[in-house]
Design a protein around this ligand. Structure first.
Ligand SMILES: *Cc1c(COP(=O)(O)O)cnc(C)c1O
Length: 220
């Protein structure tokens, strides 16, 4: 199957209001361009160098989302063009994004990465550490950051009941954070969950944004 037909199949299965982030990491610019020519505009990448190279070669109207673990010393390089950083898991990172974004006078969207999977190796905040971060720090003073919601990755397993429970947990945490900190905040609205093997379940559980890579571009 071609990138174009994979993309069209997935798009036709998504509700209109669910955004599709095409995860192009490890795939060449030609593949991104094929998806672009099929109408796709939102792309996800997980490494600073790779997204920098691609961004420089590809059309300006692409909305780039950073979805991988991001070290603070790599923030500055992507700030001039990045649309959303989906993997914010510390105050140190959030405040650095705020600082660099304000230095170039751009607004950057951030999603709070929440740990929902059972694997210990995955990054992310819990409801407690996230609440602590938002209570202890003056995130409202970050004038060039919009906290637009949460992101999470379910356990990689065929046990779809477990995957569903993890997505339910992310939705619950989103609602808690919304009520506690963002009830008057129009930006806080996204629940980024669902990948190639589990996005239909994520949508049933309230995803507003799915991040699909291999089902569009093939295996990495
Ligand atoms: C790689 C990646 C994806 C896409 O994974 P696929 O299984 O290829 O769809 C989604 N989200 C994150 C955070 C990723 O790192």
């Amino acid at each position: 199957m071609s990138v174009t037909s994979n993309l069209n199949n997935i798009k036709s299965s998504l509700p209109d209001e669910v955004k599709l982030v095409a995860v192009s990491k490890f795939h060449p610019v030609q593949s991104v361009m094929e998806a672009y020519n099929a109408g796709q505009r939102i792309f996800g990448e997980s490494r600073m160098q790779e997204v920098n190279v691609k961004q420089a070669q590809l059309p300006e109207d692409i909305e780039w989302h950073f979805i991988g673990h991001l070290q603070t010393n790599k923030v500055k390089a992507i700030i001039p063009y990045i649309h959303t950083i989906q993997s914010v898991d510390s105050w140190r990172l959030l405040s650095e994004i705020g600082k660099q974004a304000s230095a170039v006078n751009r607004h950057v969207n951030c999603l709070l990465e929440i740990h929902i999977a059972e694997e210990e190796s995955k990054f992310g905040l819990t409801l407690d550490t996230c609440s602590e971060m938002l209570e202890q720090n003056n995130w409202q003073a970050l004038t060039h950051v919009h906290i637009t919601g949460v992101m999470g990755m379910a356990t990689y397993t065929d046990d779809f009941n477990r995957v569903r429970d993890e997505f339910k947990k992310l939705k619950f945490i989103f609602n808690e954070l919304k009520n506690r900190y963002f009830s008057k905040n129009e930006y806080f609205s996204e629940i980024s969950m669902g990948m190639s093997h589990d996005y239909p379940i994520a949508i049933e559980e309230g995803s507003t944004m799915v991040r699909v890579g291999s089902a569009i571009f093939g295996e990495r």
